[in-house]
Design a protein around this ligand. Structure first.
Ligand code: AMP
Length: 563
């Protein structure tokens, strides 16, 4: 589509109903009772309305209830607990934290801490991520200056408690985020020990993507009459799912815009809508697509009615072929010949997915729904599959070779179209003069080359790496790769109650090495051997030597020969 003379017109049955800024309206975040400083931050982040998990969680959390929420990454769960925490922070004189969020990994500690910082920017919130593998000096300094919110991995948080550098006596809210992951990583006892340091009257919030009995047991032991929230799982009735070709691509965040461009090049939709989460995302995706030669238009709730009318005018006139929109802005929008719905992110609720893709594949026409998912969001794809009862195949991203082939094909079909034009004769004089020196095939080749290049032809494509498949960590562990591994000796064994998941949890939590990169583990009565990639060995030794595993600080070193 996009390129060349063949883009088709989109018919004029379009309706956009968006008169007010939803963030400030009753239907938006303001209707949940959040304070103005938080609403301002949300507006500036381009959030237009709460996600379902936020709509359900924020009011009970604001009124002090405990809560158990079943929610995976991508649902907006971080804001669901962070906003109520921020709302209840007091400027207070005390230096000790008022809220503590426990998370399974250092990456998540960073992410959640940054989110709290962003949402709380107008409250000057002091938030500190605390995880292993980071110089402890910086953490100690920040803690002694005073912080209001601590976001940490259980191992390092317990470490600070044992050193006397973290006092949880003033904590009013504790969040257990990704609780199932934390248990899988062997943090159960650390969590118990940490909770025991917090006041009994605290508010406790537990989020988990899955709800196995172990999570329920924790909730029963540590939460008081929690409100339970689960993403609604209404089944979609068989005939209700539109007949749409669905697929998904797993792409790391930095490569998403490039991946989208490639997918659009290959799919060549007649008319597509690309859904984004926020206004900022809408703007940056629109810019990226225009840079690639598409005629894309942004549509979001932050635009004035005038601006939106103009976009619609261009869409009706056929001079725009891609709409990039938030859910809010696209509400009520009905484009009859829409062929593709593209989700730049996995939607925050499975129902939103069904709603979005209902815009294509109407009245027996073929429709296509494509979803870009970050590796961590694959669980949300599964939730959508469960709701719709249909599989969403994960496809391989088009390669540079695929793209070249596709672009040549576009050039070919453009030429084929031109062959049918009846005013070709006036160019004959050019051909005649050129064929004095070159044969006619060479002249044709040069003409095709020029056309190809003028239409965007061979642009330089950046490499898009394929992310490693996400895999849950089980007790039996295999060697992760055949590249070099180093065997480490850890001076704790079965007698100390050590289990494989304790080691995996401590290594992942304290050194930041992903759990899937931890290799074979052998546990004897008095010591254990664990394989890690050569390149990570020093980091793991350093981090583990400072860690507490099952209440002890073990000796950790490279395995000596002879053992
Ligand atoms: P989470 O599930 O907390 O990891 O959030 C997933 C992503 O959604 C993050 O990039 C958030 O910034 C974004 N997000 C969270 N809430 C909203 C919202 N109400 N509107 C738009 N984006 C959101």
């Amino acid at each position: 589509m996009a390129r060349g003379p063949h883009s088709r017109k989109i018919p004029a049955r379009i309706l956009v109903v968006m008169d007010e800024d939803l963030v400030e309206s009753e239907a938006g975040f303001a209707g949940l009772g959040l304070r103005p400083e938080l609403l301002r931050a949300l507006v500036s982040l381009g959030y237009e309305e709460p996600t379902p998990i936020q709509r359900e969680s924020i009011p009970p959390l604001l009124s002090g209830h405990d809560l158990v929420g079943q929610a995976a990454t991508g649902t907006g769960k971080t804001a669901a607990f962070a906003l109520p925490i921020l709302q209840s922070l007091t400027g207070g004189s005390g230096n000790d934290p008022q809220a503590l969020a426990l998370v399974p990994t250092r990456e998540l500690a960073e992410q959640v801490s940054q989110a709290v910082h962003r949402y709380g920017r107008d409250l000057n919130v002091r938030v500190l991520p605390v995880y292993g593998g980071q110089p402890i000096g910086r953490q100690l300094q920040a803690l002694s200056r005073g912080v209001q919110v601590v976001v940490g991995t259980p191992g390092r948080v317990l470490d600070h408690i044992n050193r006397g550098t973290l006092h949880l006596g003033d904590v009013r809210t504790v969040v257990l985020d990704e609780a199932d992951e934390m248990l899988d990583m062997g943090f159960a006892e650390d969590i118990e020990a940490i909770l025991a340091e917090t006041p009994a009257e605290r508010q406790t919030v537990l989020f988990s993507a899955t709800m196995p009995p172990r999570i329920d047991a924790i909730a029963r032991r540590h939460l008081r009459e929690p409100v339970r929230i689960r993403m609604a799982r209404e089944d979609v009735a068989p005939g209700e799912m539109p007949l749409v070709r669905q697929s998904a691509y797993i792409v790391g965040r930095p490569y998403k815009a490039a991946a989208l461009g490639r997918i659009l090049d290959v799919e060549a939709p007649t008319a597509a809508i690309v859904f984004c989460r926020t206004r900022e995302e809408v703007d940056s995706v629109t810019e990226a697509l225009n840079g690639r030669g598409y005629r894309a238009e942004a549509l979001h709730g932050g635009m004035s009615q005038d601006q939106r009318d103009r976009v619609m005018g261009r869409l009706r006139g056929g001079s725009t072929e891609l709409l990039v929109a938030t859910d809010v802005a696209a509400r009520g929008l009905d484009v009859e010949q829409l062929t593709h719905v593209i989700n730049f992110n996995v939607p925050s609720a499975p129902e939103a997915y069904v709603h979005r893709i209902g815009r294509v594949g109407r009245a027996g026409r073929e429709g296509v729904a494509i979803t870009l998912a970050e590796p961590r969001e694959q669980r949300m794809l599964k939730a959508i599959e469960r709701l719709t009862g249909r599989r969403i195949p994960v496809e391989r991203l088009p390669t540079v070779t695929d793209l070249r082939a596709r672009r040549l094909e576009l050039t070919r079909s453009t030429l084929q179209g031109a062959l049918e034009d009846d005013d070709l004769d006036r160019f004959r004089v050019v051909i005649d003069s050129l064929t004095d020196d070159a044969d006619i095939e060479t002249v044709a080749l040069a003409a095709v080359k020029l056309l190809h290049e003028a239409a965007g032809g061979d642009v330089d494509e950046q490499e898009i790496p394929t992310p490693a498949p996400q895999r849950r960590d089980k007790e039996t562990r295999q060697r992760p790769t055949d590249s070099g591994v180093t065997r480490l000796f850890v001076g704790l064994g079965r007698r100390a109650g050590l289990r494989p998941q304790d080691l995996v949890g401590a290594i992942a939590g304290e050194s930041g090495l992903p759990a899937r990169d931890v290799g074979a583990i052998q546990i004897t009565d008095r010591f254990s051997l664990v394989e890690v990639p050569d390149s990570a060995a020093d980091r793991v030794i350093k981090a583990l030597s400072r860690a507490t595993i099952r209440g002890r600080r073990p000796t950790v070193r490279r395995e000596r020969h002879g053992r």
